[in-house]
Design a protein around this ligand. Structure first.
Ligand code: OGA
Ligand code: MN
Length: 288
C-alpha cells in the first residue's frame, strides 16, 4: 500500500498510514515520505512497534545518522546502539532514575523549545521518535511550525531578520536550567556554530525561523538585545495557532523536520516510567 496522509492542522502535521516501517522501504516510498515531510513537516505513524534495528534501518533511508549527542551527554547510553538515543527517565540498571540523576536534567532540557542538534554543523535533518512505555498522564510532545511563524511576521521585521545570525551552543539550554557543572574540556567539546535566523528550506523552498533553546546570542546585537529578540521570536513562533500537540500512544513513531519545526516535551510525573527511542539524521553538509 502506498503512503496515505491525513492532515492534522491546515498545512502542518499529518497522520501517515499505509506503510509498515518494520520492513525495508522502496525508493518511491522513501521519496513519498520526503515529499510529505517537505509539505507537512511532522508525520505521525501509529501502530509501528519497531525493534531497535528496524528503527535504525528506517532512519538510514533519510541520511547519515547523527552521533553528535554522545558528546553532549553526561550519562552512558543504556541502549546497545550508538545511534539510538534513549529518551527516557530510566537509569543504567533499568530502574526509573532518581530525579537528581545526571540524565534527568538533560531530559528536562527537552522541555524547552528546540531544534535537535542545531548546535552542530551539519545540524539535524529529521528526528524519528518512537514510543515504548508511556506515563498515564502528561509527557506529550509539541511541535511548532517555523515556516508559518516566519510567514506571519510583518514584512519589514522579516527583512531585518534576514540580515541577522545566531550562535547555537550545545550547553546553552543546560545553563538555562542551572546545570553548569561542566569542565572546560566539556564546554569546548562541541564548539558553537552560527546559523542565519531566517533560513530557506531546501525541499519546500519556504523560509523559516531558525531559533530555539540552543540559540545563545545574535552576532549583530549585544548579548542582551539578542537574547530579548530570541525570546520575542520564540513567543511569536509558539503561539497555539502554530502548534500541534502530540498525545503519545505506545508504538507511535513521530518524524519531524528540524529545519521547519521546533519541538518540546511536556512535563510528566518523573516517578512514572517514560521510554522513547530517537534516531536522527543529518542535513547534507552545508557551509552556511
Ligand atoms: C527529543 C525530544 C521530547 C519529548 O527526543 O528530541 O526533544 O517529549 N523529546 O521526549
Ligand atoms: Mn529534541
Amino acid at each position: 500500500m502506498p503512503l496515505s496522509l491525513t492532515p492534522i492542522m491546515p498545512g502542518f502535521a499529518a497522520e501517515a498510514g499505509g506503510l509498515d516501517l518494520s520492513s525495508p522501504l522502496d525508493s518511491p516510498d522513501i521519496r513519498a515520505i520526503e515529499a510529505a515531510m517537505d509539505e507537512h513537516a511532522v508525520l505521525v505513524f501509529r501502530g509501528q512497534a519497531l525493534a531497535p534495528e528496524a528503527q535504525l534501518r528506517f532512519a538510514q533511508n533519510f541520511g547519515k545518522l547523527d552521533l553528535g549527542f554522545k558528546k553532549a551527554s553526561k550519562a552512558p547510553n543504556r541502549l546497545a546502539h550508538e545511534a539510538l538515543l534513549d529518551i527516557s527517565n530510566v537509569d543504567e540498571t533499568g530502574q526509573v532514575a532518581d530525579r537528581n540523576h545526571r540524565k534527568i536534567v538533560g531530559n528536562l532540557a527537552n522541555q524547552l523549545w528546540h531544534s535537535d542538534s542545531s548546535f552542530q554543523n551539519p545540524p539535524a535533518r529529521y528526528s524519528m521518535l518512537h514510543a515504548v512505555v508511556l506515563p498515564a498522564a502528561g509527557g506529550e510532545t509539541e511541535f511548532a511550525d517555523m515556516r508559518a511563524a516566519c510567514d506571519a511576521l510583518p514584512p519589514a521585521q522579516r527583512q531585518r531578520l534576514r540580515e541577522l545570525r545566531a550562535e547555537h551552543y550545545a550547553l546553552h539550554s543546560r545553563f538555562l536550567l542551572g546545570d553548569d557543572d561542566y569542565s572546560e574540556a566539556q564546554r569546548q567539546a562541541i564548539p558553537p556554530v552560527v546559523w542565519p535566523l531566517v533560513r530557506r528550506h531546501p525541499g519546500s523552498g519556504r523560509e523559516l525561523l531558525f531559533i530555539g533553546a540552543h540559540a545563545s546570542r545574535v552576532l549583530e546585537l549585544s548579548v542582551a538585545e539578542g537574547r530579548l529578540l530570541l525570546m520575542d521570536l520564540l513567543e511569536h513562533a509558539t503561539q497555539p495557532r502554530f502548534v500541534y500537540r502530540h498525545a503519545w500512544r505506545p508504538a507511535d513513531l513521530v518524524m519531524w523536520d528540524n529545519r521547519s519545526t521546533l519541538h518540546r516535551g511536556r512535563p510528566f510525573d518523573l516517578a512514572a516510567r517514560r521510554e522513547l527511542r530517537r534516531t536522527t539524521t543529518l542535513e547534507a553538509a552545508s557551509a552556511q
